[in-house]
Design a protein around this ligand. Structure first.
Ligand code: COA
Length: 337
């Protein structure tokens, strides 16, 4: 799916993020499995990640991020018409974590649901919220991207456990006078689904004593295949959305790629020809936070003063599905209509 934003102007008017307190360094991981700080830094660029406490669920990370985003936008929960939570680690399979959030935020008039598109979830959710706002179905939307992947990782599998971390980010979308989203490109290739998946716990393989014993409720990944896929789609999706919107890579002021691995980001950055100082990287501090990755990186870019009004921001996510998605936005500083 690809298209330019021809409807009403819609932008991000509020931004928030939240990560668990507990920092887990590579050295700490080295005490739990056969790995080393040197290997992890060289192959991934990750130095540490945040890991949720045993009692912490997705909504516990999403709620503070959402509250911050609402405050940043200067609105309250009761102003929301729509809440989408992009995640593969909801509090429970159902009810949706978005409905739990709606209740906690006092968003009594909002439609609220979760969306599953792996690490691309945030981009899918933003595109969907954009469509509802631009089409006039909603006035104000809250989009949360967040995951607590530590809960579904096999902590004896060094091939996956070292890569991920927990965190959530949230954005408020509203109509604005001008600027805002220019276009989106979203895609999925289900034939690659088993390269990155959670084998059991769904209707294909419900939970049994055997499935637990066989550790089939944990993430399984073919790292090399996902690496090849990631480098390919980060470049292709970014180029596609830029071309569709009549922009070039030179126009991009801030590039926010999915934070999976510094090597993947560097490959994409070089191929696309984006100067390093325009690229947002925080995977060294958070690891891959799945749906939380892009909004956390946006929050970091904002804290650094990089998201000034008028700047062109390119975001590209990719992940389980296999899925990918890009969005191009001319940043606005509030300015809702
Ligand atoms: N610590 C130490 N050694 C490790 C290790 C770890 N955490 N994980 C794997 N190794 C070992 C392997 O067993 C292998 O050893 P061998 O040569 O004796 O068999 C060696 O390191 C090289 O493994 P390889 O898989 O070729 O490494 P790589 O350079 O491809 O890096 C990933 C592995 C997982 C970091 C890389 O493939 C990757 O980032 N893939 C994409 C993953 C991703 O981003 N997923 C989420 C997408 S949303």
């Amino acid at each position: 799916m690809i298209g330019t934003a021809n409807g009403l102007a819609v932008s991000i008017t509020g931004l928030g993020s939240h990560v668990p307190d507990r920092v887990v360094t590579n050295d700490e991981l080295s005490t739990m499995m056969e790995t080393s700080d040197e290997w992890i830094v060289e192959r991934t660029g990750i130095r540490e990640r945040r890991i949720a406490a045993p009692e912490e669920a997705l909504s516990d990370l999403a709620l503070p991020a959402a509250r911050q985003a609402l405050e940043d936008a200067g609105i309250s929960g009761s102003d929301l018409d729509l809440i989408i939570v992009a995640t593969v680690t909801p509090d429970m399979a159902f009810p949706a974590t978005a409905a739990i959030l709606a209740d906690e935020l006092g968003a009594h008039d909002a439609g609220a649901y979760d969306l599953s598109a792996g690490c691309t979830g945030f981009m899918y959710a933003v595109a969907q919220a954009y469509g509802m706002l631009a089409g006039g179905l909603a006035q104000r939307a809250l989009v949360v991207g967040g995951d607590v992947l530590s809960k579904i990782l096999d902590w004896s599998d060094r091939g996956t456990a070292v890569l991920f971390g927990d965190g959530a980010g949230a954005v408020v979308l509203e109509r604005v006078g001008q600027g805002g989203f220019l276009g989106f490109e979203l895609g999925a290739d289900g034939s690659g689904g088993l390269q990155l998946y959670l084998p059991a716990g769904g209707s294909r393989a419900p939970a049994t004593a055997e499935s637990v014993a066989e550790r089939r409720h944990f993430v399984q990944m073919n790292g090399r295949e996902v690496f090849k896929f990631a480098t390919r789609v980060l470049v292709a999706s970014a180029e596609a959305v830029l071309a569709e919107c009549g922009r070039t890579i030179e126009d991009v002021d801030v590039y926010v790629p999915h934070q999976a691995n510094v090597r993947i980001i560097e490959y994409a950055t070089q191929k696309l020809g984006i100067p390093d100082d325009r690229v947002v990287i925080d995977v060294d501090r958070y690891g891959n936070t799945s749906s939380g990755s892009i909004p956390l990186a946006l929050a970091d870019a904002k804290a650094d003063g990089r998201l000034a009004a008028g700047r062109l921001v390119l975001m590209t996510g990719m992940g389980a599905g296999l899925t990918w998605g890009s969005g191009l936005i001319e940043w606005t500083d509030g300015g809702r209509t």
